[in-house]
Structures are given as structure tokens and as C-alpha cells.
Design a binder for this molecule. Structure first.
Ligand code: GAR
Length: 197
């Protein structure tokens, strides 16, 4: 694979993880380039962050569905990513399930960051699940995406203790600090393996 690895990022929210990837690229810690950012919400801040960084930002049309990601829309996203020359797709707070139309185009090349030590607490608001369960420890996981929900092979994890007095918001804030260090590192490892492979 010649040149630097090209990343596509999908996100639904603030995009702080994407920002961490941008920062790692700019500081030289991650040898990659983000070529396309896509969001299922036109007013998601991740799109604004991308534009400010001079990265192409596009809205995913999910056909008006709130949580569903119809197959034909996934196929459109796959084409956009492929046309942009994307090598690795990074889900960064993307809140819809990715299925075959995307998985088939990017086999073993779609990564996700999840705010727990998987397999514990898959699904929504994992940080709240950890607090509600009285866990002493949580963390974050970068994993390959398969057709399940937060089930694909784990690439890297970081542990975060649950402190006395933590509520869901304070735990999530500390998990996010860990995420911002973990995701660029995990992407770098996968990129290196792809280049060697
Ligand atoms: C992150 O904490 C990420 O782990 C989580 O959404 C947040 C997005 O924040 N993702 C999931 O829960 C996926 N199951 P960001 O938009 O600031 O990166």
C-alpha cells in the first residue's frame, strides 16, 4: 500500500474522537490521512470539526429513519468511501449498526471505539451501564466491526477505574480521555499491519 493510509470516519455526534485522530496525525504520531467524514446528522458537530480541518464532510441520508441504516443507504456510503480511496473506516460515535453492504466492501477494515471493556456493557450508554451495575472498573475498546452489536475481534483496550462519587457523566468524561489516546494508537497498529500484509 503506497503512501499514507487513508481513513474515512463515520460519526453521529461531537466528534471528539475524530479530533483526537486529527491531532495525532498533525503531531506526527499517526501516519495517516482522513479523506472523508460522514455523519447521519446534518447538524452533528463532527461535520463542523471536519470542515474546520479542511476535510471533506458529507451527510448520510438514512431515508428519514431515526436508528435504522437501510441496506441501500449503506451501499451508497460504501461507494462514497471507496471512491475517496479509503483504506480503513473508523466509526467514531456512529450510532447505527453497520451491515453487509459496508462490511463486504471493507472486510476487516472497519474499526469502532466503544466506551467499555468489551464484552462488558455493549450497546447504548455503556458508561451508565457500568455505573448502574456498580462496576469498579470500566474503560474503552477498539475492535473490528462485524455484523453484531459491539461483538467484533478486540484490537486494544484501556482501563479506567470507577471512582467513589462517579456518576454516568463523570465516568464518561474520563473514559473519553482514555479513548482519545487509544483510538489513534489502535488505528496506527492496524495501518501498520495492512502495510506489512
Ligand atoms: C464515544 O464515547 C464513543 O465511545 C461512543 O460515543 C462517544 C462519541 O463521542 N460510542 C458508542 O457508544 C458506540 N457504541 P465523540 O463523538 O465525542 O467521539
Amino acid at each position: 500500500m503506497a503512501g499514507s493510509i487513508k481513513l474515512g470516519v463515520l460519526g453521529s455526534g461531537s466528534g471528539s474522537n475524530m479530533q483526537a485522530i486529527i491531532d495525532a496525525i498533525e503531531s506526527g504520531d499517526l501516519h495517516a490521512e482522513i479523506v472523508l467524514v460522514m455523519s447521519d446528522y446534518e447538524d452533528a458537530y463532527i461535520l463542523e470539526r471536519a470542515r474546520r480541518a479542511g476535510i471533506r464532510a458529507e451527510v448520510i441520508d438514512c431515508g428519514g429513519y431515526k436508528t435504522k441504516f437501510p441496506d441501500e443507504r449503506q451501499a451508497v456510503v460504501a461507494s462514497r468511501l471507496r471512491d475517496a480511496g479509503v483504506d480503513i473506516v473508523c466509526l467514531a460515535g456512529f450510532m447505527r449498526l453497520v451491515k453487509r453492504p459496508l462490511l463486504d466492501v471493507f472486510p476487516d477494515r472497519i474499526l469502532n471505539i466503544h466506551p467499555s471493556l468489551l464484552p462488558a456493557y455493549p450497546g447504548l450508554m455503556a458508561w451508565k451501564q457500568a455505573v448502574d451495575a456498580g462496576a469498579e472498573e470500566s474503560g474503552c475498546t477498539v475492535h473490528y466491526v462485524d455484523a453484531g452489536m459491539d461483538t467484533g475481534p478486540i484490537i486494544m483496550q484501556a482501563r479506567v477505574p470507577v471512582l467513589d462519587g462517579d456518576d454516568a457523566a463523570s465516568l464518561h468524561a474520563r473514559i473519553q480521555v482514555a479513548e482519545h489516546g487509544l483510538y489513534p494508537k489502535a488505528i496506527g497498529q492496524v495501518a501498520e499491519e495492512l502495510c506489512l500484509g
